[in-house]
Design a protein around this ligand. Sequence first.
Ligand code: ADP
Ligand code: MG
Length: 730
Amino acid sequence: MSNLRFKVVEEAFKKRPLEVKAPAERPSEYFGKYVFNQEKMFKYLPLNTYQQLREVIEKGTPLPLSVANDVAKGMKQWAIEMGVTHCTHWFQPLTEGTAEKHDAFVEHDFKGGMVEDFSGKELVQQEPDASSFPNGGIRSTFEARGYSAWDPASPVFIVGDTLMIPTIFVSYTGEALDYKAPLKKALAAVDKAATAVCHYFDPNVTRVTANLGWEQEYFLVDEGLYAARPDLLLTGRTLMGHDSAKNQQMDDHYFGAIPERVQEFMRDLEIQALELGIPCKTRHNEVAPNQFELAPIFEECNLAVDHNMLIMSLMRKIARKHGFRCLLHEKPFAGINGSGKHNNWSLTTDTGVLLHGPGKTPEDNLRFLVFVVETLMGVYKHNGLLKASIMSATNAHRLGANEAPPAIISSFLGKQLSEFLSKVENSTKDELFTLEGKHGVQLDIPQIPELMVDNTDRNRTSPFAFTGNRFEFRAVGSIANCASAMIVLNTAVAEALTDFKTRVDALMAKGEGKITAILEVLREDIKTCKPIHFDGNGYSDEWKAEAARRGLDCETSCPVIFDRYLDDATIKMFESMNVMTKPELEARNEIKWETYQKKIQIEARVLGDLCMNHIIPVATKYQSELVDNVHKIQEAFADPAKVKDLTSYNIDLIEKINKHVSFVAENVEAMVEKRKVVNKITDIRTLAVAYHDEIAPYFDAIRYHIDKLELIVEDEMWTLPKYRELLFIR
Ligand code: ADP
Ligand code: MG
């Protein structure tokens, strides 16, 4: 058969698993093999350099160049022993993915030869030619070049022959051009605010760390089938394709046995991830056919973000080795579940955890309560912004599609915690002063029932759920950089905690006791943030109506949701917490709108091309065969009644094809004309909104008719691999 589709299907069926040889050592032995971690720092650095670097890492202070030179020397020695020849600054510009530019470890030796060289300066700071990275006009506004600077909190690692140095990427005047610079500032803000609040309970706390445990969902598709789908190749999702008769309705994929070819891919991925210090823990099949998940043990947020970026690039690379393509798009296939990336978030101090209930003492419970309530305050106050932080052209397909969190941010707390909150809310001042606390304070905080820790009654429909010792932010998209959500969440919580402390201190200054003051502010906040608390079914229509009544952000248009980044409350929050300035926010929003518009534009072009080059030609060819058949019947039979009888079915089909083809052709034409009109818009936000309102609606309308044609046209003629092939062959 000449049809490429049949060829790739046949080949895909024949593929066997690519067996992966496990390393001779155990995971505990090869974990971090390619990372310049603490153990290697100790081995390769002079003791005082080691100590200075540890201090820089722990305190987040800048690295003096003299120390950097010694660090570079040690790193170079380790890297050369590992066979490394190049190094690169590895950063996260405002595109999808990461960026790198490799430089060889060589210099002239001024004796006519070369020496391996790598200086502290190269380690600490570089100037990638950054003019083509998105900057939203920052560089023209500020006339500044961009530079990358090492983030010592994230260790250097080796990929292939290259030493990878995690860096932040900023303009010369200090504006962030990446995800990591604001993330680090947000983490510093939450550290400062949370540590100050912790001092009400324990003066020995010196640091509060935000943790992130992400769960990465993805699809695997055979690479031959993938290559035969120009839409997947160019947009990351299928723009057409009729439902497979069987898809996920039997629930037989979720947690099912992992197919062998996939299992080998996972093994390979896990081994390489562990060698790079990513603590992989869990793997399983997901709900949709050919959908899977990988989750590591949670880590400090900044490191976890780097590790997630690294795992996404590893997944793509290793998938190809195994003859797959890894799809990280949030919604590669219509009609079945899309992929997300739950962000499990918590705060810990250097002396213990903050979001873990129940505590052993009433004070632990009070502290727990403060952190839960102020997290809710941050989420409540900035619910629209949090939604903006996870919104994108691709994630928009998944949100609100009854498989993922709705496009409204709310928080699930569970029965016990809800009861606890209302008990505190309705308590009076006197009621609470009965018990003796640890530091001799009189207090009685109601105990949280033990049950809460392993509260299994988890509400899967909630976008921001409390799950015993952490909050799980489930609306994050599978392809997203987690930093986007983590910047907003950590800054919002930092602001809420700062505000909380200001009010408690004010009451104390008026002579109120500490515990009384804390409880008074808490009672007020529990009342204020009530609208964000919702334990019911987030997928229901009633909730949409109820959320609107509660004043939660219910906007669904992606480019309009981005407006939340420029709300007064947002600017105030980011500026007061020292995370981002208004010009930075404006610049970043320009990039968001531009990215959105470009993605829709690419999809529109691909859809148009496929209609004209695949769908319409194939459908009309089949239609001609039907017409031939009708002619032949007319020639063969004289009786008009007989002819009518024998041709009616095909004539009906011919007309149906005609109807669908006409619709497709007319609407592709109309879509192209509409693009010409809206492309004249110069304001980037207005352009993005026009693409959302006027271009994107064509996609589903056109698709409907293509999918009908797929059902009508003879299978052998259809050129694009079908859903049943993309989803079930592995
Ligand atoms: P589920 O799919 O049931 O939510 P998983 O085991 O797949 O659970 O993933 C749980 C994720 O939550 C893991 O990444 C885990 O490391 C992370 N996690 C567990 N406890 C915490 C915590 N206290 N803070 C942050 N992340 C956590
Ligand atoms: Mg989860």
